[in-house]
Write a protein that binds this ligand. Structure first.
Ligand SMILES: Cc1cc2nc3c(=O)[nH]c(=O)nc-3n(C[C@H](O)[C@H](O)[C@H](O)COP(=O)(O)OP(=O)(O)OC[C@H]3O[C@@H](n4cnc5c(N)ncnc54)[C@H](O)[C@@H]3O)c2cc1C
Length: 460
């Protein structure tokens, strides 16, 4: 349970160090927030998680430099460095290029360290989650309670209702602040929007995604495929309405693949665990280069996951009373920018800073509004860039050729090639990876809080 010591890990404890902070979800945003708040000196932090065990669910996830910067400051980068792969090159390949040739290749190894101070790492999601859980629990200020589902929120009294999965017992728990980091299908978002009469505008993108992991041991006899595991490179094969993205994780023992294709099966929306059909997957990519087909064929029958990609419009409200949404719950995104974990951790840094700067409980709501103001412009932009990248990656052949020509005249990779995949563009890298949320929050907090409090006074 939380330590009673008010000493801040990085300095002095905040004035409200013992407020009751309840966090829903032990994913990246939930555990990131717990760690961030504990490091700011808060001592009474509880994380509720519906899963019984935080085990190897999920697959590959990206730790770009803006995420690495945060993990390093928190002192929890070790596991991801050891278990991940620092990507040295990001390749884009036109799928119907008969020679299966790389059409653009961006060097990452020197560029990332030199320009942003951190590598671009790919890792199993479990490794990142483990880093955050250990970091948070090691502070002695965070209590993680698994196998508990939050079923209701009381926005007026800042309470949440917890159901114990084992006993089915229900209990209302009082809090001073609640952070709902309950993921892309957030129930907190649904009830908040129902309460305030707003709409979460969401559209089916018409796309679905397969997610698989291939074991190195499954391709031992195929030297061409083995290179994918040792290469420290990412590969994106693009074509009309479809693409296949792959990169090594687990220190090169696994090759993680995610795809995007028209949704022909009306699969479960935004589910990380729904099973897909291997034969359908192979048929969908049967015109892709042979080495891609062999990679896809190397996955066991029942380890193909498939889910429907939905496009959410930026959410207008993240905060009601003393309850705030955080991570995927307030900026659900298409996966094409690989910023899900990074943006959730930037949110976590921001929430830690804003709550640690206020001196009165009555200012919690205003501090949460400052968190929303600080974060929303950046996450709105990242969500829109992920959607734009989807269009850039899925054009027909003539449009791809025109885009390549235009790109060659403007944005080019380090070897002078065109950059079609926005994820490999320097301009985007600068905007995503140079950004330091801690600096931004420290610089603007006082002004924003004053504005928020003055606004509240003038309205009331
Ligand atoms: C099982 C799973 C597998 C994933 N696999 C990948 C992957 O392979 N690659 C990738 O890039 N991203 C993956 N993600 C998503 C990725 O973690 C997020 O996009 C990102 O890191 C932002 O994190 P988040 O904390 O906002 O959401 P998430 O990491 O999704 O965490 C949300 C957490 O809230 C919990 N939760 C939800 N509702 C309740 C409730 N009512 N009561 C209690 N707990 C609740 C969930 O169980 C989950 O642990 C996965 C997410 C999940 C849940």
């Amino acid at each position: 349970m939380a330590s009673s010591s008010p000493t801040k890990l990085n300095g002095h404890a905040p004035p409200l160090h013992d407020i009751r902070i309840h966090i829903v979800g032990a994913g990246m945003g939930g555990m990131g927030s717990a760690l961030s708040l504990a490091r700011q000196g808060f001592t009474n932090i509880t994380v509720w998680e519906q899963a019984l065990y935080l085990d190897e669910v999920g697959a590959g996830i990206n730790i770009p430099p803006n995420c690495g910067r945060i993990l390093s400051r928190w002192g929890v980068m070790g596991i991801c460095k050891a278990e991940g792969v620092a990507i040295e090159r990001a390749n884009v390949i036109d799928f119907d290029c008969e020679t299966d040739e790389i059409i653009s290749s961006a060097g990452y190894s020197q560029h990332m360290i030199h320009d942003y101070g951190f590598p671009f790492i790919t890792v199993h999601r479990a490794a990142l989650q483990k880093s955050l859980v250990r970091g948070a629990l090691d502070t002695g200020r965070v209590q993680l309670i698994t196998d508990q589902v939050i079923t209701e929120y009381d926005f007026d009294r800042t309470r949440l209702r917890v159901r114990d999965n084992d006993t089915d017992e229900m209990e209302w728990v009082d809090a001073d602040v609640i952070i709902a980091a309950d993921g892309i299908k957030s129930q907190a978002r649904q009830v908040m929007y129902a309460k305030i009469g707003k709409v979460d505008e969401v559209e089916d993108s018409g796309q679905a995604a397969y997610r698989i992991m291939v074991k190195k041991s499954a391709v031992q006899d195929d030297p061409e495929l083995l290179k994918f595991f040792s290469s420290k490179q990412s590969f994106r094969w693009i074509g009309e309405n479809r693409h296949v993205m792959g990169y090594p994780i687990n220190a090169g023992e696994l090759f993680n693949i995610s795809t995007s294709q028209p949704d022909g099966h009306f699969v479960a929306a935004e589910s990380w665990t729904a099973l897909g059909n291997k034969s359908d997957m192979l048929a969908t990519f049967s015109d892709f280069p042979k080495r891609v087909q062999r990679l896809l064929a190397a996955v066991p029958e029942h380890q193909v996951l498939e889910w429907r990609l939905r496009e959410h419009k930026p959410l207008p409200v993240w905060v009601t009373g003393n309850i705030a949404l955080l991570g995927d719950s307030c900026h659900p995104t298409l996966p094409h920018l690989a910023q899900g974990a990074a943006q959730a951790l930037e949110d976590s840094v921001a929430i830690g800073i804003v709550l640690s700067r206020i001196k009165k409980k009555e200012h919690i709501h205003a501090a949460l509004m400052v968190y929303q103001k600080l974060r929303k412009p950046r996450t709105d932009w990242a969500v829109s860039m992920a959607a734009a990248n989807s269009l850039a990656l899925h054009q027909d052949r003539s449009a791809r050729e025109a885009a390549l020509k235009a790109a060659r005249e403007g944005l080019v990779g380090d070897a002078g090639e065109a950059v079609v995949d926005k994820l490999a563009s320097r301009e985007l890298h600068d905007k995503l990876f140079k950004y330091d949320i801690a600096l931004e929050a420290e610089q603007h907090f006082s002004q924003m809080l004053t504005e928020e409090l003055m606004g509240a006074v003038s309205i009331s």
